[in-house]
Design a protein around this ligand. Structure first.
Ligand SMILES: NC(=O)c1ccc[n+]([C@@H]2O[C@H](COP(=O)([O-])OP(=O)(O)OC[C@H]3O[C@@H](n4cnc5c(N)ncnc54)[C@H](O)[C@@H]3O)[C@@H](O)[C@H]2O)c1
Length: 263
């Protein structure tokens, strides 16, 4: 018996899907039957993700997006609607991190991280919601927060603030869009080995004199399940939140972290 595709006929945008968690999310949504737009700053990486999906029999297109420039968001959505006719699911995944001790943070870091992670996420969510409202059939929006958004971080305070802000935006949008049946949720991953995590390890090693790779190993000790996550363990939750099975869940931030945070 074949497993029914939960997202057949749906159209999804996944931002930052050229690598890392986003690439896996795009792949999972496509394997569930969605037509997927890989929205990226890095178009070469985006095309690689598209090729992987199409080679596996899925449907995908690469679209240009610089989440740090709000004016690139509406044309990106228009391009997706032109390609696939509608928009049902937005996965606000793109983001960036900087490791820097609290007392060393300067305005440039604040502006750069907040601009992409918080401002970009807000306006991408809003633009997708406007398209979904126009269609009048509801929709799903899932944004990538982090367990860093659940508390403070001495060496990545701006990143943590941006990720906590994403939880607030998720709750506000869930309230504002509930009457349109647009359900809005966030996911807070723990440690997922991606190029971003390699960057975190490298920056911690450089700034604090750790041996490369040891920062992650020390953190894994704090995970009750004593391991890092597979990106597929995050994308499975995204697919659930994008599907009709989660029809009574909105305004939530769900930890996918092996038990690191329990609030
Ligand atoms: N890896 C982890 O352990 C972890 C943990 C918690 C949360 N997260 C969050 O999950 C998301 C994905 O993380 P990842 O580890 O896969 O990151 P990554 O750095 O490996 O990949 C991020 C992707 O986003 C794209 N991107 C960056 N800036 C962009 C912009 N301005 N416009 C469009 N695209 C842009 C990059 O080109 C890249 O392909 C991020 O929001 C991150 O904060 C990751």
């Amino acid at each position: 018996m074949s497993i029914p595709e939960r997202l057949a006929g749906k159209v999804a945008i996944v931002t930052g899907a050229g690598r890392g968690i986003g690439r896996t999310i795009a792949d999972t949504l496509a394997s569930e039957g969605a037509s997927v737009a890989v929205a990226e700053l890095n178009m070469e990486a985006a095309q690689e993700s598209v090729d992987l999906i199409t080679e596996a029999g899925g449907t995908a297109v690469a679209v240009a997006l610089n989440l740090g420039k709000v004016e690139t968001i509406a044309p990106m959505i228009d391009q997706v609607v032109a390609a696939f006719g509608r928009l049902d699911i937005l996965v606000n995944n793109a983001g960036l991190v900087q490791i820097n001790p609290f007392l060393k943070v300067e305005e440039e870091e604040w502006d750069r991280v907040m601009n992409v992670n918080l401002k970009g996420t807000f306006f991408c969510l809003q633009a997708a919601a406007k398209q979904m409202e126009k269609q009048g059939e509801g929709g799903r929006i899932i944004s990538m927060s982090s367990i860093s958004g659940r508390g403070g971080r001495a060496d990545s305070s701006v990143y943590a603030a941006s990720k906590m802000g994403i939880i607030s935006i998720t709750r506000s949008a869930a309230l504002a869009l509930a009457d349109k049946n647009i359900l809005v949720n966030a996911i807070c991953p723990g440690i997922v080995p991606t190029p971003m995590w390699d960057q975190i390890d490298d920056e911690r090693a450089r700034l604090f004199g750790y041996e490369a790779g040891t920062a992650r190993a020390a953190l894994v000790e704090q995970v009750p399940l004593k391991r890092v996550a597979e990106a597929e363990e995050v994308s499975a939750v995204v697919a659930f939140l994008a599907s009709s099975e989660s029809s009574f869940i909105t305004g939530q931030a769900i930890n996918v972290d092996g038990g690191m945070e329990m609030d």
